[in-house]
Design a protein around this ligand. Structure first.
Ligand code: ARG
Length: 564
């Protein structure tokens, strides 16, 4: 159930009954003394009608039907409506259940998409993690999510890599480490003219689809992708081989993209290159920044492939929305291809094209995150370190933990911590990667939430409670119970905030509030020491909290642990 939505539509119906029109502007109340939710829309509506807002508020209140939903509605200040939810309403909501979207959409999620020449490094972390959690939540809401891993598997450097692979023998040890492989190939390319020439021939052969070279290329792509898949599996990201739809898959469509642009009169030659000039990309000086779609040597560009991808996704896949998760530095690229697609009529299903940009991951020195020696941080190594640090934290916290249990739990905590550190920040900003902050039981961290969940499990163990046999709902009696129930009920509002604009930090903030609210409840309302109905009721709230934490973390791609 979406509480904000329900309240808004009732209040807006109240406005309409008075011949007024405007948004109810419902939000969670800033302070408990203001109730649970507040509606701020009365003032604007009254202003528009040139009426006294408090009077309007009083009339709205009279018309307002919140029977069974609100226990109390009050007018405050210049015309705010403060709403306190009714305990019966709260107890009727199914806890931890994801509410289905009103209309199921086809949504393409374009994320991760590393360039395959190199091993996955920290630069691929944010797109992979943020994209995956938004995809999971959309799917849980009943949308048809089509994951598209638009990997960079084409381009001139592949001639070099394939030639090097051919020379070194396909099963060469060097391939175990793609980074070293890439560097070795590059060194030979720089130092050896014959190799350079053969690499260039290989590019031509690749472009003409030479079977032998294509086979070598495929072999290279397979090896590189299997490295990525290992990382996805370790990260518990839902990407699978069938989601790969790399740049090379659009090769055959590129000449047609150019032809279609040409036939519509959108192409213009500039310095030998084929370009699209659109007025909206006028610079301050008045020149138009062109979108280049074909180089003078006939080669195509990143933008050309993305135009072909829009045609495929809106034509074949019939997408309603396409979400692109990349670094903010690609903002102009997406603006350009969205504009060209619109001008050329390539958006066949009239999909909403949405770039979901994010900032850079910084080191503690405030500069882009690097190894101590200034190299790129490989994801595999970053994950190793996270797991190791989590095991240390666990063993310090709980010396009785056996080594196997510590290793397994440590894995879930370490990986969860890295993912959560990223997801919990507003993605628009850069963020500082800080081990001590993220692998900690304090603050808005994954270990804190995992611990909150484990603590509830330990209450059940101590009380020998079969949580599955508890009643599904309970009506709050005391205020801390009621406040916990209000927070539990806000789950779907938080999910909507994530999926509307692609901001997972709203769900993180919600889960952190929930865990904090649970602690307040638990401090004020003992569970195992109470008895009878009170005990059962509080156990139900504990169980609902655990279920919501588990579900919410699961939607972020993070596992809970039973014991820690
Ligand atoms: N391979 C690109 C990169 O590493 C990201 C691709 C994003 N998706 C897209 N459709 N352009 O920067």
């Amino acid at each position: 159930m979406h509480i904000r939505h329900t309240l808004s539509s009732r209040i807006e119906a109240g406005f309409a009954a008075l011949g007024l029109d405007g948004p109810a502007l419902v939000q969670a109340a800033g302070r408990p003394e203001f109730g649970d939710y507040q509606a701020n829309g009365v003032m604007a509506v009254a202003k528009k009608a040139r009426r006294n807002p408090r009077e309007v508020a009083a009339e709205v209140l009279e018309k307002l039907d919140l029977e069974g939903i609100a226990g109390n509605v009050e007018i405050a200040g210049p015309g705010f409506l403060n709403i306190t939810l009714a305990p019966e309403y709260l107890s009727a909501l199914e806890p931890a259940a994801v509410a289905g979207a009103a209309a199921s959409q086809v949504i393409v999620a374009d994320y991760s998409a590393p360039n395959l020449a190199k091993e996955m490094h920290v630069g691929h972390l944010r797109t992979t993690i943020i994209g995956d959690s938004v995809a999971r939540i959309l799917e849980a809401q009943g949308h048809q999510v089509i994951r598209q891993n638009h990997v960079g598997d084409w381009g001139t450097q592949f001639g070099m890599l394939v030639t090097y692979l051919r020379d070194s023998g396909e099963n060469s040890d060097e391939l175990v480490d793609l980074e070293t492989f890439y560097r070795a190939a590059k060194t030979r390319f720089d130092d050896n003219e014959a190799f350079r020439n053969r690499s260039r021939e290989a590019v031509v052969q690749l472009q003409t689809g030479d079977a032998g070279i294509m086979q070598m290329w495929q072999r290279f792509i397979d090896i590189s992708m299997s490295h990525c898949q290992e990382i996805y599996d370790r990260l518990e990201v839902t990407l699978e081989p069938q989601h790969i739809m790399g740049e090379s898959r659009y090769n055959d469509d590129l000449p047609e993209v150019i032809e279609d642009l040409r036939s519509q009169g959108l192409l213009q030659e500039s310095d030998g290159a084929q370009c699209v000039f659109l007025d909206e990309f006028k610079t301050k000086k008045g020149d138009i920044l062109p979108v280049i779609v074909q180089k003078s040597d006939g080669g195509y560009l990143y933008a050309t492939t993305d135009l072909a991808a829009i045609r495929y996704r809106t034509g074949q896949l019939q997408a309603d929305r396409i979400l692109y998760f990349t670094d903010a530095r690609q903002a102009l690229h997406f603006k350009q291809i969205f504009a060209v697609a619109a001008a050329a009529g390539f958006n066949y299903s009239n999909a909403s094209l949405e770039h979901m940009p994010f900032g850079t991951m910084l080191g503690e020195d405030g500069k882009p995150f690097k190894t101590r020696t200034g190299g790129v941080v490989k994801l595999a190594e970053l994950l190793d370190e996270a797991e190791q640090r989590a095991v240390e934290l666990l063993r310090a916290n709980n010396p009785d933990l056996g080594p196997d249990e510590a290793a397994e739990t440590g894995r879930m905590i370490g990986i969860g911590a890295i993912k959560y550190a990223d997801l919990s920040k507003n993605r628009n900003s850069d963020y500082v990667f800080d081990w001590d902050q993220m692998i900690s039981f304090e603050g808005n961290t994954a270990p804190y939430l995992q611990y909150a969940y484990a603590r509830i499990q330990s209450i059940f163990r101590r009380g020998e409670i079969d949580a599955a046999a508890l009643p599904g709902s309970a009506v709050a009696v005391e205020e801390p119970e009621r406040r916990l129930a209000v927070t539990l009920a806000g789950f779907n509002d938080a999910l909507d905030q994530v999926t509307q604009e692609g901001y997972p930090h709203f769900l993180c903030g919600y889960l952190y509030d929930l865990a904090t609210r649970f602690t307040q409840f638990y401090d004020a309302c003992p569970i195992l020491k109470s008895d009878g109905e009170t005990r059962t009721r509080r156990l139900v709230f504990a169980q609902q909290t655990a279920m919501t934490l588990e579900k919410g973390l699961g939607l972020l791609g993070i596992s809970v642990v039973e014991k820690m």
